[in-house]
Each structure stands twice: as structure tokens, then as C-alpha cells.
Ligand binder design. Structure first.
Ligand code: PLP
Length: 397
């Protein structure tokens, strides 16, 4: 019976991903190995998750110790590491309080609930939330509604009411906020999934100014940009403003699932016992992974050493653009990099994999590279050797 069933379908997994035909079974630093022992240079970092490289020793040791102590306890009890992690996050950002969950979508869901309850407590005329076209905020019903991409929303109607979308980086369109009068605006400082597009400084300044004047809350979704990915601990630090709310996930646990929603006191106090919760959110194992990750970022001075790597990588990227007509534009910030091509990006991803290099796309013609923040010079050189070679190959086709 079982064999028949297995023969009838190639996999019992729901087909929600186009998976590459390799199974990764081991990782260390910037490298992963497949089931046949083939070694790959990983410039995807699990899509901006393994920021400290694969299996970072300090996080591993902290998790091993915690595995011996306590795996889980309910949030109805105090969790010491969760308190410590919240303190470390708030001391190093402009926020005062943290809610822990398990993923980026859940962190955004929490942010959406927080601004709604804050608005409905009499702090805003309406509970509409404005987000931006090409944004990506997650796959739950509320967060896919917040996502400004039809392809993500298609087939899931009816969507959640109370969302409106404006074009990203469009100065004039921001004037519409005055008519819409939303309770909040949610944005990524760099649209990662949407094609690695950075928010323009002037546009952010105008957005912040309107939001302050109109008492509109600002939520930054730093699920992809957070935890030093762009060269600062959080990407909003590249812009001169303080958001009211920030969401994190991916890089926070070095691969262990954890998400967080941070808010300033004035807004955070709208959440009281019973308004929101999560069984696993910030449990002892997840909080330990988060705490060890953040402590490692600070104890290794990552934020000061990373700038040199970023400069090196970007100067080599400039050379790539000069050398290859296939490359139209290089964009992004820090180690969240988009390489816009004249052709479809998928082909290059395949070729790279054949050369044992893992890279990503961000839209049909954008290659996205997300090296670990611990990447060294040899690995950077190895990347450019392969990347230049496959670009030439595609150019010759
Ligand atoms: C900016 C942003 N927000 C939210 C999410 C959703 O995070 P998760 O997949 O952990 O739910 C992602 C995932 O790629 C993201 O890039």
C-alpha cells in the first residue's frame, strides 16, 4: 500500500516551492554540503537568515547548554533569556518593548494587530494601513494583504479589509496620505523580495514628515534587512528617523526560528494580557538562539569589521558591471545586493549551482546575493571567480 502511494506521487510535500535538485545536509561558515558530499559556497545565507554563517560556534554552544536545561515553557511564566534578549534589542534600538513570535509573517501580523488596537482605542480616525507596491510582508492572510504584489495575493480573496497601496519611492504619491489618513504606514527600508530596491533618502524624509504631522504610525519591516545585513544593526539607521514599530525574524536566531515585534512605549501599551500571544514565541530555545546571535554580533565587533568587507565587495561589483554588458545595474546596501541583468536571472542561478555556488533571484531579472556577514576575502574572491565566469558564459550564448 505504502509503496504504491509513494510511486503515485514523487513527494508527500505540498508543492509550494520550486526546489533545487540538491539536498543540503551540513553547513559550516560560508559553506554547505549536499547529500553526496558536494561542497557549495553559500551566498544566500538561507535568505538572510544565517548572517553569522552556518552553525556559528557561539550560538551552537549556547543552544547545547539550553538543550540540557529546558526546551519549552509557556509564556505564562517568566523566561530569563527572553527578558535579556528584549533588553539587548531595546538598548540597541529606539524601541522600548518587544513581543516575540516565530517568523517574519507573525511579527508583521503582530504589528498590524498592534496598530489596529492602538487606532481603535481612540488614537486614530480610521484603522487603514498603507503599504507599498512591490513590498513583501509575509504569507499569512493579513500579511499577504499587506504585501503589494498581486502574484502573492492571487486566489486568496476575500483579502483583509483596510489596506491601501502607494508606489514606492514616489514623492508625489505620498501626498495621498493626507486624504487617506491611515493609522499606520508599513515599509521595508530595502524591498528585498521586490527586487532589492532601497528607499530613497528624500522620499523617506517626506514620508516621516507627513507621518509625524498627521500622527500616522511608522512600521519598518526589517525581517530581511535587520541584524547587520545592511552594515548597521538595523537598516532604518541609514535614514535619520525613529520608527514607532519594527519587525524582525530571519537573522535574529541564526537559523533557529524566532521573530520579534518591537515598539515604542506609547504604542506598545495598547497590548495588554489577552490581546496577543504565541505558544512558542520566544521560548527558552528560541530566545537563547536570539540572545547568543546578538551577543556574538557585539562581542566580535561585527558592525565595525563588516564595513571593510562591504567596501571590498562593492568595489569588485563595480568591476563586474564595467566588464559585463549583461549587468545593467547593481543595487542594494551592505550585504543585501541586487544585480540587475539584461536577461532572465534563473539561468544564472542554475549555472552557479553547477559551479557549486548558491545565489538567489529577486524578481525575473535580478540576481540577489546575501553572503554571510562573516564571509572572508578568499570566499569573496572565490565568488567573483565563479560569477565572472558564468556571466561570460551567458553573454556568449
Ligand atoms: C521583508 C520581509 N517581511 C516578511 C517576510 C516573511 O517572513 P517569514 O517567511 O519568516 O514569515 C519576509 C520573508 O522573506 C521578508 O523578506
Amino acid at each position: 500500500m505504502l509503496t504504491n502511494a509513494l510511486n503515485a506521487i514523487s513527494s508527500s510535500l505540498m508543492q509550494t516551492y520550486n526546489r533545487a535538485p540538491i539536498q543540503l545536509v551540513k553547513g559550516k561558515g560560508s559553506f554547505v554540503w549536499d547529500q553526496n558530499g558536494v561542497k557549495y559556497l553559500d551566498f544566500t545565507s538561507g535568505i538572510a537568515t544565517c548572517n553569522l554563517g552556518h552553525v556559528p560556534e557561539s550560538v551552537k554552544q549556547a543552544l547545547i547548554q539550553q538543550l540540557d536545561q529546558l526546551w519549552h515553557c509557556s509564556n505564562l511564566y517568566q523566561i530569563g533569556t527572553q527578558e535579556q534578549l528584549a533588553t539587548l534589542l531595546t538598548v540597541n534600538s529606539c524601541f522600548d518593548q518587544v513581543f516575540f513570535c516565530n517568523s517574519g509573517a507573525e511579527a508583521n501580523e503582530a504589528a498590524i494587530k498592534l496598530v489596529r488596537i492602538y487606532a481603535n482605542n481612540g488614537n486614530s480616525k480610521n484603522s487603514t494601513i498603507v503599504t507599498f507596491k512591490q513590498s513583501f510582508h509575509g504569507r499569512t492572510l493579513a500579511t499577504l494583504t499587506a504585501t503589494g504584489q498581486e502574484k502573492v495575493q492571487k486566489g486568496f480573496s476575500p483579502l483583509i479589509p483596510g489596506f491601501q497601496y502607494l508606489p514606492y519611492n514616489d514623492l508625489e504619491a505620498l501626498d495621498q496620505l493626507i486624504n487617506i489618513q491611515p493609522c499606520a504606514v508599513m515599509l521595508e527600508m530595502i524591498q528585498g523580495e521586490g527586487g532589492v530596491i532601497s528607499a530613497n533618502q528624500e522620499w523617506v524624509q517626506k514620508l516621516v514628515s507627513i507621518c509625524h504631522k498627521q500622527s500616522i504610525l511608522l512600521i519598518v519591516d526589517e525581517v530581511q534587512t535587520g541584524l547587520a545585513r545592511t552594515g548597521t544593526l538595523f537598516a532604518y539607521e541609514h535614514y535619520q528617523f525613529e520608527p514607532d514599530i519594527m519587525t524582525l525574524a530571519k537573522g535574529l536566531g541564526s537559523g533557529f526560528p524566532i521573530g520579534a515585534m518591537l515598539a515604542k512605549n506609547e504604542v506598545a501599551k495598547a497590548f495588554v494580557p489577552g490581546t496577543h500571544g504565541s505558544t512558542f514565541g520566544g521560548n527558552p530555545l528560541a530566545a537563547t538562539a536570539g540572545l547568543a546571535t546578538l551577543e556574538t554580533i557585539f562581542s566580535t565587533n561585527l558592525l565595525s569589521t563588516i564595513q571593510e568587507k562591504i567596501n571590498r565587495l562593492w568595489s569588485k561589483l563595480k568591476e563586474v558591471k564595467q566588464k559585463h554588458s549583461l549587468v545593467k545595474e547593481i543595487r542594494g546596501k551592505g550585504l543585501l545586493i541586487g544585480i540587475v541583468l539584461e536577461k532572465e536571472a534563473n539561468q544564472l542561478v542554475e549555472l552557479a549551482r553547477q559551479e557549486h555556488l548558491l545565489i538567489l533571484t529577486a524578481g525575473p531579472n535580478v540576481i540577489r546575493i546575501l553572503p554571510p556577514l562573516t564571509v572572508n576575502d578568499d570566499e569573496i574572491n572565490q565568488f567573483f571567480d565563479i560569477f565572472n565566469r558564468i556571466l561570460s558564459e551567458v553573454e556568449e550564448l
